[in-house]
Ligand binder design. Structure first.
Ligand code: TRP
Length: 362
């Protein structure tokens, strides 16, 4: 029981079902497993500001949305510490010292940062804060001595960078920091759930998301009317294709065998359903209705819990405030160990003061 979880999200919008299968669902299971000494869940507002500097209000407004989504999914403030990154100044201090352990060329090789720079047209003028956010993410992780970081594979370069910093710090100074491991989703569909239009990623600007907070009607409209299937599957009798077929991708991410008993008892499992679809004779609408039942079952309790929490917004800010205080104590402890390993703890070091005095007495 010495394992510790830390993970988080940038508060740039409400969370969608891609976040859910990619990480949120797993976090709740881990939180409830009893196998972890502590679970820290961070709203990464400071990181979100690194590429939203002209848009602070967006970040400010979305803190509560992300917190509501967390609580709705079943993250429990009695078991997990929910906190806000910017409220932990110790993270900035750690970042500042870690900057000495990383080269510019190493940062330039980070594939996630590279593609983000492209997406944002930052090539000509990358904000330094954005460029260095992998170092700040290493501070997030190590401040809590996290062993386990549940994330999607786009975050692997950050974990790699963190490991390098830990290794360097521990070998140059003292073994204070803990090497983290990423915990990835169990299948490809969960790893990178595409938008309902089959586009690479769910994103607000593409309008291809299903949000955790969407109403039941919105969800079924999106599935039944908008979701992309197999364009060559024109008649029910035609053989259908699974590749690029979002209905099946989403079933891969959400469907369990028990769903068949409840909603589609003529099939035993997803393999049988896929078999029938590819042979021909199974219509898209039937599969879509099945997916809709599966998703509604999963999302309904989340919506209900969200509604309950929405009635007490001040209580959520209080949870985040308490969580940030707790997180700060833990980060301060690590920072103090870091500073003493780096020999910058002058006033706590009576031996230093005595030795310096002795030098001048003679
Ligand atoms: N980079 C993560 C994202 O974009 C958010 C994040 C910040 C994070 N600090 C973290 C994730 C530490 C895991 C651990 O979603």
């Amino acid at each position: 029981m010495d394992k510790i979880i830390l993970t988080g999200d940038r508060p740039t919008g409400r969370l969608h079902i891609g976040h859910y299968v990619g990480s949120l669902r797993r976090r709740v299971e881990l939180q409830n497993s009893g196998e972890y000494k502590k679970t820290f869940i961070m709203i990464a507002d400071a990181q979100a500001l690194t590429d939203n500097i002209e848009n602070p209000e967006k970040i400010r407004q979305n803190i509560i949305e992300v917190a509501l989504d967390y609580l709705a999914c079943g993250l429990d403030p009695a078991k997990s510490t929910l906190f806000i990154q910017s409220q932990i100044p110790e993270l900035c201090e750690l970042t500042f010292y870690y900057m000495d352990l990383v080269t510019v060329s190493r940062l330039q090789r980070n594939p996630t940062v590279k593609s983000e720079i492209q997406m944002r047209n930052f090539e000509a003028s990358i904000p330094v804060g954005f460029f260095t956010y992998p170092i700040s993410q290493a501070a997030d992780i190590t401040a809590f001595k996290a062993t386990t970081v549940p994330v999607g594979d786009d975050q692997l370069p950050m974990i790699e960078q963190t490991k390098e910093i830990v290794h360097k710090f521990n070998s140059v100074y003292k073994p204070v920091l803990v090497e983290p491991k990423a915990l990835l989703p169990s299948n490809d569909a969960c790893m990178r759930l595409p938008g309902v239009d089959g586009k690479a990623k769910m994103s607000k600007s593409l309008g291809n998301c299903i949000y955790l907070a969407d109403s039941a009607d919105d969800v079924s409209n999106t599935i039944l009317r908008k979701m992309y299937t197999d364009p060559q599957h024109l008649r029910v009798e035609d053989p259908g294709h699974l590749e690029g077929n979002m209905v099946f991708t989403y079933l891969d991410a959400f469907c369990k065998e028990e769903h068949f008993e409840r909603y589609l008892p003529e099939y035993a499992n997803l393999d049988e359903l896929k078999g029938h679809y590819t042979r021909g004779g199974l219509g898209d609408m039937k599969v879509k209705r099945f997916l809709n039942s599966v998703l509604q079952e999963e999302l309904e309790p989340i919506r209900q819990r969200r509604k309950e929490w929405e009635k007490d917004i001040p209580a959520i800010y209080e949870i985040l405030k308490k969580g940030s205080e707790t997180a700060r104590e833990v980060a301060a402890q690590t920072l103090s160990e870091v500073k003493s390993a780096m020999r910058i703890n002058y006033f706590e070091d009576e031996e230093l003061i005595r030795a310096q005095a002795a030098k001048y007495e003679a």
